[in-house]
Design a protein around this ligand. Structure first.
Ligand code: ADP
Length: 271
């Protein structure tokens, strides 16, 4: 691995003296390469569903007199459109959270609400596989953050837990106060687990342990990158425990919002 320098030479006065300026470009080059890779990946990921859609549209046209075939192809077209729209949605979320700017819309957020909403949004997929989503709580804990982004992050973790688990298993979502200053929300599954050597890489954009399996379950490969950036933006961190063949636990650790013991409006409302 060499280093890249930009060298500028400027004459100083009339005595033949020159000023030599060297600027280290290694980091600039590295960032450029990452950006190029990302654009190439995005293009590749977009090409697949777009290609499939145009092929299906042609096929459906030529099968117009076979209602059963038309029905089959339309279902596949819906599937591919959904994939495309998930990808675009995830790209938009990622571009919002991966920059350096701090989050603008910060509010007092009840962790129990985040959990309830995320679980709600994953319920249909879980039921389709006979997977029971169990919530341990309520915790009554609060954080400062962007509620919609926190729901998105937790939803990605629960979606993954469901996607990478066999049918009729259990996913547990638990909240606890880990220490005086932190809340932990964990998602535990009884799924396929992640090989130790890959754990470090799963938070990279488009990294998948098993690309075929990820695509089959409708994964965009961006979920955990989004989770990581949302967590970092909230001053938190994410950790993973996993054992191949037994399951995984993803834990979101967030700074606790303290010094505010006022009850929620909802809990003081008359019954
Ligand atoms: P994807 O859309 O592929 O699920 P993610 O960024 O959410 O993308 O996850 C990246 C990869 O990490 C997945 O493709 C999968 O290989 C692995 N992974 C994520 N969550 C789990 C889990 N709960 N159990 C096993 N593997 C997982």
């Amino acid at each position: 691995e060499g280093r890249w320098f930009a060298v500028r030479v400027a004459p100083l006065g009339t005595h033949g003296l020159v000023l030599v300026l060297a600027e280290d470009l290694t980091e600039v080059r590295r960032v450029e390469a990452i950006r190029r890779d990302f654009v190439a990946n995005v293009s590749h990921e977009l090409k697949t569903p777009v290609g499939a859609l145009s092929l299906l549209a042609e096929t459906v046209e030529s099968a117009a007199d076979d209602p059963e075939a038309v029905r089959r192809f339309s279902i596949r077209m819906q599937h591919e459109s959904m994939r495309l729209s998930n990808l675009v949605q995830d790209l938009m979320t990622l571009s919002r959270v991966q920059g350096d700017e701090p989050l603008s819309e910060l509010h007092r957020v009840a962790v129990d609400d985040v959990v309830a909403e995320a679980v709600d949004r994953c319920q249909i997929k879980a039921e389709a596989k006979g997977i029971e989503l169990t919530v341990a709580g309520p915790s009554g804990l609060k954080v400062r953050g962007d509620e919609e982004l926190l729901i998105t992050a937790l939803r990605n973790l629960i979606d993954n837990a469901v996607a990478y688990s066999p049918e009729r298993t259990r996913v547990v979502i638990a909240t606890r106060q880990a220490d005086p200053d932190h809340v932990e929300i964990s998602v535990t599954d009884q799924g396929i687990g992640i090989p130790q050597a890959e754990i470090e890489r799963i938070f990279e954009r488009f990294y998948r342990v098993d690309p075929a399996r990820s695509r089959q379950t409708g994964g965009t490969g961006l979920g955990l990158a989004i989770v990581k950036h949302v967590t970092t933006k909230h001053g938190g961190e994410i950790t993973v425990w996993s054992k191949e063949g037994s399951g995984s636990t993803f834990t979101l650790r967030l700074p606790l919002l303290r010094g505010d013991s006022r009850p929620d409006q909802s809990s003081i409302a008359p019954r």
